[in-house]
Write a protein that binds this ligand. Structure first.
Ligand code: CDP
Length: 325
């Protein structure tokens, strides 16, 4: 069996809360890491048996025009959302990143472990950078960098902008969209829940109106891939109601990148004996508080982390936890 398969069957299941688990994590992370091209290819091939990674990246306007994609699905059997009018003209005409391949990518999760990590320049030094959920850059540049090629945007984030109700709310949102570097893809997962339909329409209306003004943003929406992706992860022992955004981005990055460097993936309330916030941009008063609020409803991030450690050991991804040199 290959290194990749051996690695998959290795048992390792606990959170790094106890001293022994912490020592094991340190041992994994401190070991010399090198990229294993063969294992990465194998992982990519394995993924392709379940879904086409390019369908994770985006639908194109053709998918809507030809009716290939008529609906967004919540899951295999549950409810559907009709594709809203207006989506067609916001979608890219051609598949994004079709013939592009990057040697080194940074995938940035939102864990509080990024605080004071000084990982910003390392993150920015890769060829392609993916971030999650409209992550804050301002004020955290030293730790998370600024370079952005893709950032995910859960439609519910517009609640932070008062649902774009007034001109001032729209201006604040437009300002934040421009805070990212020159040109990037705003990747909008639309397969979550019913309420998303309203938020999505608000978002589409906003972009429809401001398309000329916000030129640095290309919108992207994944196809109906969630059920297949969930099957893929279930086959790896990661079985949860909804796979986390970070793992979805790992799926996307696998199609585009050789080396995948992951920062900000650490779903635990403490690091090196000190409490950390759930998200790196959480206010200080949230540090150590309600840690499980963010994911317990849908995700099992510690299970995901177990698998990420396996990928790290297999040389498929490099996990960066803690301070960057
Ligand atoms: O949308 P979702 O709740 O999945 O993501 P998020 O909380 O905005 O964080 C982005 C990603 O970072 C998550 O999907 C996780 O993969 C990862 N994360 C982590 O590993 N540990 C944390 N404490 C927070 C996020």
């Amino acid at each position: 069996p290959s290194f990749y398969h051996e690695c998959r069957s290795e048992g390792e299941d606990d959170e790094p809360e106890s001293d022994s688990a912490k020592a094991r994590l340190d041992a994994i992370l401190n070991r010399k890491w090198s990229f294993n091209q063969e294992a990465a290819e194998e992982a990519r091939k394995d993924m392709r048996q379940y879904f086409n990674p390019y369908d994770v990246i985006t639908m194109t306007s053709d998918d809507v025009a030809t009716g290939r994609l008529r609906r967004f699905y919540l899951s295999k059997k549950l409810s559907v959302n009709l594709v809203p009018p207006g989506l067609h003209r916001l979608l890219p005409k051609k598949l994004l990143f079709r013939n592009q391949h990057y040697k080194k990518c940074s995938l940035v999760g939102n864990s509080g472990v990024l605080r004071n990590s000084s990982c910003g320049s390392q993150i920015d030094s890769s060829d392609f950078v993916v971030r999650c959920n409209f992550a804050t850059l301002k004020g955290y540049e030293k730790d998370v960098g600024t370079h952005t090629d893709v950032v995910t945007f859960n439609p519910s984030i517009i609640e932070k902008y008062n649902k774009l109700s007034t001109k001032a709310d729209g201006a604040r949102f437009a300002g934040d969209l421009k805070n990212y570097r020159e040109r990037y893809v705003l990747w909008v997962p639309v397969f979550n829940r019913q309420y998303v339909t309203v938020a999505l329409r608000t978002l589409l209306d906003f972009f429809d109106k401001h398309l000329g003004f916000i030129k640095n943003v290309q919108l992207a929406f994944p196809g109906n891939v969630l059920p297949d992706i969930s099957d893929y992860w279930a086959s790896k022992g990661v079985d949860e109601e909804r796979i986390s955004t970070g793992l979805l981005m790992y799926n996307m990055a696998s199609a585009l990148c050789d080396e995948i460097h992951m920062y900000g993936f650490y779903p635990f309330p403490e690091f090196n004996g000190k409490p950390i916030p759930y998200h790196y941009d959480h206010a200080p008063d949230r540090v150590g508080k309600k840690f499980d609020y963010g994911y317990k409803r849908f995700h099992e991030l510690p299970d995901e982390f177990v698998y990420l450690k396996k990928l790290h050991r297999a040389g498929i991804v490099k996990l960066h936890v803690g301070e960057c040199p």
